[in-house]
Design a binder for this molecule. Sequence first.
Ligand code: S3P
Length: 174
Amino acid sequence: MKIFLVGYMGCGKSSLGRKLAKSAGMRFVDMDAIIEEREGAAISDIFRYEGEEYFRHKERELIEELALADDDVVISTGGGAPTWQDNMQRMNSIGKSFYLRRTAQQIASRLSPHGRQKRPKLRGLNDEELVTFMTTNMAEREPYYAKASHCIDCLSNSDEEVIRKILSIVREDE
Ligand code: S3P
């Protein structure tokens, strides 16, 4: 089984994914981290020197690579991956995708200064600009995230509850 976690930057895909993989005894893959490792560069530098399109191709290559893996994997995707080409359909054909939904307000209040700095799209925004940008950008991305096999409300649920929900859905469908 391949479980893709999708959702906006800072919604908790990586930290929740790591916990989910641990409790399910599955391998954990953080797409951003793998791309950074392979490219030998931070995401912000990849965007700066190679451009966003190059990064999106790397994301897609990695999705195709994961399709070929024969073990169970929890995959934390980058927030923009669902919006590129037919990535959502492709992820749904490989496994199940879960949209971790949070509000812009909630994400903004969780993001550390480093969390903003390392994300090229959020870099340099003050508190007010951050919420304004996220609200607009999230609304644009919502139709892509909505293509996920399941939408999980993270606003009113703890990580543990979200993990329980995901696991029960995965087991039910098996
Ligand atoms: C991006 C999200 C980031 C990273 C890159 C672009 C986006 O991943 O892939 O900065 O366009 O939303 P996270 O969602 O893990 O922050």
